[in-house]
Design a protein around this ligand. Structure first.
Ligand code: UD1
Length: 336
């Protein structure tokens, strides 16, 4: 199959590209490199022995996207490209709405004009908002109590996809609702390299482990959870990537479908830190700090729909993710 992957040099996109190339698909990557580097292309080639075709373009530029669709006859599109910082989205809502929504609309317009009717969208558990049970099932209502523009773009794009599927009885769209992706490819060649001080837990832990930052702040230890810290569903990014390949089968039936990609097991922030110390054999300096605004006490996936319909389930553990993170850090020691 010939697959367009938008955002294919990014953290999750690059892991999906590796799995697709290893399966034998032809991959064309579109990425503006705003939050990734071309080194991930070289590393994809090192892992798979194949170099995907690459276009450095922004989905905002309709003409450039149209040209790529003229040059290639795609079977399907996997759409990762988008801005993803919760805090930045609160500061720059217009930038987030323009990038994520206009970018997606441009992509959908090209897909319509060039008769490409299959799309997998990189969505998030954030669409469940703050008014549901902590264990999320796809039948729960979405969109209520989303606290930031980034999360709202994920919800809004899901709604747009539903409307596109209603208007075109041949169109199929799958939204994959990610929980908390962690870890990296076991080679340690690909991984998350955020610019500046990270917001997310594991990128922050990595900077503390490498000595770049002095200590981790654990936001809140007075939640109504077993150890007082928040609980999340941390899923190895390789399991997550494999979920995309499994989701391709769901594109054979037209219409909109959503699937949770999570392990089904919550892990607390403190448990994550303890596991990191155990696997690395070194202490990870941390302190308890006040709660972070907008955080949910706990949220995890009910992954049974993906298991039943896609025959997919997470297989790797948080210890696997930590081990692979340490390999990544070892490989990038000279960059720290
Ligand atoms: C957030 C977003 C989610 C997005 C994900 C990945 C919301 C509500 N959540 O998830 O949509 O997909 O990021 O970008 O919009 N923590 C610390 N110290 C730190 C960093 C984090 O204690 O330095 C804690 C947080 O308080 C939280 C947990 O670690 O309890 C996970 O945080 P994080 O990695 O930022 O992910 P989420 O907030 O779950």
């Amino acid at each position: 199959m010939k697959i367009l992957v938008t955002g294919g040099t990014g953290y999750i996109g690059s892991h999906v590209v590796v799995e697709l190339l290893q399966k034998g698909d032809e991959v064309i990557i579109l990425d503006n490199l705003i939050n990734s580097k071309t080194t991930s292309l070289a590393n994809i080639e090192k892992i798979t022995g194949k170099m995907p075709t690459f276009y450095q373009e922004n989905l905002i530029n309709y003409g450039a996207i149209e040209k790529i669709f003229k040059d290639h006859d795609f079977d399907l599109v996997i759409h990762f490209a988008g801005l993803k910082s919760v805090s930045e989205s609160v500061e720059k809502p217009i930038t987030y709405y323009q990038n994520n929504l206009t970018g997606t609309i441009n992509l959908l317009k090209c897909m319509r004009d060039f008769h490409v009717k299959k799309l997998i969208f990189s969505s998030s558990a954030t669409v469940y908002g703050d008014s549901n049970e902590p264990k999320c099932v796809e039948t729960m209502p979405t969109g209520k109590g989303i606290t930031n523009p980034y999360g709202k773009t994920k919800f809004m794009i899901e709604e747009i996809l539903k409307d596109v599927c209603t208007s075109d009885s041949e169109f199929s769209a799958v939204a994959l609702r990610y929980f908390n992706p962690v870890g990296n490819h076991s080679s340690g060649l690909l991984g998350e390299e955020p610019n500046g001080i990270p917001n997310n837990l594991m990128p922050y832990v990595m900077k503390v482990a490498s000595g770049e930052l002095p200590e981790l702040s654990i936001y809140g230890n007075d939640y109504d959870t077993p150890d007082g810290t928040c609980r999340r569903d941390f899923i190895h990014v390789t399991d997550l990537a494999k979920g995309h390949l499994a989701a391709i089968s769901a594109l054979n039936t037209p219409g909109f479908k959503a699937y949770n990609l999570g392990t089904g097991t919550p892990t607390s922030v403190l448990e994550m830190v303890n596991a990191f110390e155990k696997v690395s054999g070194r202490p990870l300096p941390y302190k308890f700090a006040p709660r972070r605004a907008g955080d949910l006490a706990e949220i995890w996936a009910d992954p049974s729909k993906a298991k039943n319909e896609l025959n997919w389930q997470a297989e790797l553990t948080i210890e696997d993710a930590i081990k692979d993170t340490l390999t990544f850090l070892e490989n990038h020691r000279d960059m720290v």
